[in-house]
Design a protein around this ligand. Structure first.
Ligand code: G1P
Length: 357
């Protein structure tokens, strides 16, 4: 079985973070979102992966994953161009998958327990597709599915105004090549996209069977800044301590931390895990890092108090302020204003930034 990761989205809901890099490479506990999908596919035994790319972030994604050999897989890049919907993206994989069944993974999703069970469970003799489901709180925001007592899907509807239940498609699908015929006959939905949910409904309408698999363990879509922070908390909840850098005084640290190569936690700093710190980052003696914080590579955190936040990387944060629930993009600096007059915050803020002061 092959794997297909959909990584064509533009990341508009993550601006300004996505002004300096694609959303697929936004780090969650210092690992790009898309790498979680690659790791899950590898864990499920898949060794050929097609990554569907949009116009944005193409080069960076290819540069990061290369030919896949660092992950022990073959990666083929397929350009979707303009994002016209999930079905359009899946359709772009037709030549890549050939006659095989294949798994489709939405590239901005994270799943705690991976996808191995779902992939192993799929019975391609009897079913034309298999879908991952989970109960959600706001069913009208998702594709919603009705299943019978045997777990066979009986109906799918995308973002229903009046949801029949709260079992949602979570962005993991297994398809046989039968899906391509359905994709070719789709019309655009009311949101102007070719919907994979409608293509699966088409299989049902043609009398094919669709298998369902309820996924346990959390699942998170990382479309918005608050989702990135939430995903970061969920992932940090599971980290184990691993220290490749230097902790000058062990008493600085309580709880679990990850500390990358070349990073230093200076004597006097206070770190309360779970915290993840990337490579070549310095945490100075006056700094406090509280639970659920990830600091990327090549940062200097000098005297700030930071909690429940993500600092993407290459930042200097030296203002003696408390920063909470924040997502700080690459190369951002937050320094102290030492001028007495005029007193006040001095800001150079780019388009789509948001500040709560
Ligand atoms: C897409 C799918 C939807 C699914 C959701 C999961 O929605 O169309 O069926 O429930 O992903 O994240 P979108 O994120 O495009 O709104």
């Amino acid at each position: 079985m092959k794997g297909v990761i959909l990584a064509g989205g533009t990341g508009s809901r993550l601006r300004p973070i996505t002004h300096t890099g694609p959303k697929q490479l936004v780090p969650i506990a210092n690992k790009p979102v898309l790498e979680y999908a690659v790791d899950d596919l590898v864990e499920a035994g898949i060794d050929e992966i097609g990554v569907i790319l949009g116009n944005k972030g193409r080069d960076e994604i290819q540069e990061y994953f290369g030919d896949g050999s660092d992950w022990g897989v073959d990666i083929t890049y397929i350009v979707q161009g303009e994002p016209l919907g999930l079905a359009h993206a899946v359709g772009c994989a037709k030549d890549f998958v050939g006659d095989d069944s294949f798994v489709v993974y939405l590239g901005d999703d994270l799943m705690r327990e991976g996808i191995t069970e779902l992939v192993e469970d799929f019975n391609s003799e009897e079913y034309a597709a298999g879908i991952g489901l989970q109960e959600v709180d706001e069913p009208s925001r998702y594709g919603i599915v009705d299943v019978n007592d045997e777990g066979d899907v009986i109906q799918l509807v995308e973002k229903p105004d009046d949801p029949p239940n709260n079992l949602a498609l979570i962005g993991i699908y297994v398809f046989t090549p039968a899906i391509f015929g359905q994709i070719e006959s789709l019309e655009k939905s009311r949101r102007g996209e070719y919907e994979i949910t409608e293509a699966i409904q088409g299989l049902l309408d043609d009398g094919k069977r669709i298998q369902s698999h309820v996924v346990h363990g959390w699942w998170k879509d990382t479309g918005k800044p608050e989702d990135v922070l939430h995903a970061n908390r969920l992932v940090l909840d599971d980290i184990k301590t691993s220290i490749d850098g230097t902790v000058e005084n062990e008493e600085s640290v309580t709880g679990r931390i990850e500390l990358g190569d070349g990073s230093v936690i200076e004597e006097g700093a206070v770190i309360r895990g779970p915290v993840s710190i990337g490579e070549d980052t310095t945490i100075t003696s006056d700094t406090y890092l509280g639970p659920y914080t990830s600091i990327g590579d090549n940062c200097v955190i000098d005297g700030a108090h930071i909690e429940s936040s993500v600092v993407v990387g290459e930042s200097e944060i030296s203002a003696e302020r408390t920063i909470v629930d924040s997502l700080i993009g690459r190369k951002a600096t937050i320094t102290a204003n030492h001028e007495k007059k005029p007193d006040g915050e001095r800001l150079v803020i780019g388009q789509n930034s948001s500040l709560e002061l």
